[in-house]
Design a protein around this ligand. Structure first.
Ligand SMILES: NC(=O)c1ccc[n+]([C@@H]2O[C@H](COP(=O)([O-])OP(=O)(O)OC[C@H]3O[C@@H](n4cnc5c(N)ncnc54)[C@H](OP(=O)(O)O)[C@@H]3O)[C@@H](O)[C@H]2O)c1
Length: 242
């Protein structure tokens, strides 16, 4: 991969740990979001993100998982992408980062790989308003089902923090990402721009109710591989220095 910003020597997949390291000594959950999009903003091709993928995006996807304490994902993505559970260890730990799936409905099939193909229990973040039989079925399937008072970003992140899971990697989808953006809860966005024009009716990477003031992000790094741009942006809070 070519390293365009900051300028530097080319990187192999094995070198990716350093440019994607989380800030050290986090004292709160740090929310990193990862998406791939076509040049015209499509987040999927035929309902899935696979059509946008590349070897470079796959390598970054893998390293971001290995650096995280937890992978946070919306139920729509878990269903559309037929998510499997956590399998590869996190850097510096023997266990993989658990997947935490956010669902108001608890409408997840218990035979999804999230529950049947995982090294650690998948965390299901839901509320007591989800049908009791669905919650019971997911528990029966091995899910770590948590009934929260609500599924607002602050509540989700407080639950992860309670478990000591601060290096949060959100893999979308657009619904969950939109909620996080609207709540001002995103710290960092890793966005792969795939060299494709997709058109179609796919949505974009964030969706929420109107009325959110756009937030400015700072471009931190740019890698390039076979026409894919791997961008990393972050929010700089007013409480932080440069
Ligand atoms: N290109 C990429 O990098 C990428 C990444 C991820 C997803 N995608 C694509 O995005 C599409 C899925 O989009 P999506 O918007 O449906 O995904 P999503 O955000 O993963 O799922 C939305 C669903 O998640 C649950 N949810 C999320 N946040 C919630 C909250 N704060 N409160 C309550 N429930 C919440 C709800 O599930 P319940 O309905 O169960 O209540 C909601 O219907 C798929 O086509 C997928 O391929 C693309």
């Amino acid at each position: 991969m070519r390293r365009l910003l900051p300028p530097g020597p080319d990187l192999t997949d094995a070198d990716l740990t350093e440019p994607y390291a989380y800030p050290p000594d986090l004292d709160r959950p740090w929310v990193r979001v990862n998406f791939v999009s076509s040049l015209d903003g499509a987040v999927s091709v035929d309902g899935r993100s696979a059509g946008l993928g590349s070897a470079a995006d796959k390598a970054v996807f893998g390293i971001l998982r290995r650096l995280a304490d937890v992978v946070l994902v919306g139920a729509g993505t878990a269903r559309a992408e037929r998510y499997r559970g956590a399998r590869k260890p996190t850097v510096g730990r023997d266990t993989p980062p658990p997947i935490a799936v956010v669902t108001g409905s608890a409408a997840l099939a218990p035979d999804l790989g999230l529950f049947t193909d995982t090294a650690v229990p998948t965390i299901v973040l839901t509320t007591a308003e989800a049908p009791a039989d669905r919650r019971a079925a997911l528990r029966e399937a091995g899910g770590d089902v948590v009934e929260l008072p609500d599924l607002a970003p602050a509540t989700l992140l407080a639950e992860l923090e309670r478990r000591g899971l601060r290096r949060v990697l959100c893999e979308g989808g657009p619904g969950l990402h939109g909620d996080l953006v609207a709540a001002g809860a995103v710290d960092e966005l890793c966005l792969t721009l795939a060299p494709l024009l997709a058109a179609g009716d796919a949505g974009r990477i964030a969706r929420s109710a109107a009325g959110h003031d756009p937030e400015t992000m700072t471009l931190e790094s740019v890698l390039e591989s076979e026409g894919n741009l791997l961008l990393r942006y972050r929010i700089r809070r007013s409480s932080e220095g440069a």
